[in-house]
Design a protein around this ligand. Structure first.
Ligand SMILES: [Fe+2]
Ligand SMILES: [Fe+2]
Length: 178
């Protein structure tokens, strides 16, 4: 594979945030869990925005205006449907992460020391499902739409797209500005 693109790289950075979340939950370090999941949620929100606002329209436009490459990765005839499915999954992630954050915030102050096993288990299960589905989603993007973009866009268009997405990824909510 070529050098990882901007969004591939962003996937791996978010993977490591989520990988740190589970041991923190195991240790009942609720403030750390909140910090990690809040950051993860915000990072995923800007990532998804970059995909919706820049990547997906650029790929769909190119599908109509550019001669597809003779060899794979070639976008399928139903690229629009594939992209709709990705968008649908994005909605799932944003809603479910938000719900998990709410459950975390609703934990009693004593949760880090005693009780609340059931609530913590519910949070763990939700986060597990999010992590699994996100893993599959990201693999599909990394083997699909990200590669279609590389195949369809020439160097100039690819660079212009990357810089617009970079701006989007850096556009984090003010609470993360340090
Ligand atoms: Fe996505
Ligand atoms: Fe993505």
């Amino acid at each position: 594979m070529k050098n990882p693109t901007l969004l591939d790289h962003d996937h791996s950075e978010m993977d490591s945030l989520l990988a740190d979340f589970f041991p923190a939950l195991e240790k009942r370090d609720i403030p750390r869990c909140l910090e990690l999941l809040d950051l993860f949620w915000a990072r995923l929100a800007v990532h998804i925005r970059a995909e919706h606002v820049h990547l997906f329209p650029a790929v769909l436009d190119a599908c109509h205006s550019v001669q597809p490459p003779a060899t794979p990765p070639t976008p399928p005839a139903d690229a629009q449907e594939a992209i709709n499915a990705l968008r649908h999954e994005h909605d799932f992630f944003m809603t479910e992460i938000w719900r998990t954050l709410k459950l975390l915030r609703a934990l009693p102050e004593t949760a880090s020391r005693e009780g609340s096993a059931e609530a913590l288990e519910a949070i763990r299960q939700k986060a597990e499902i999010i992590a699994q589905r996100l893993h599959a989603h990201n693999e599909r993007e990394e083997g699909g739409v990200y590669r279609w973009a590389e195949a369809l866009l020439d160097e100039r268009a690819g660079a212009a797209l990357a810089s617009k997405m970079q701006v989007e990824l850096e556009n984090m909510p003010p609470r993360f500005h340090h």
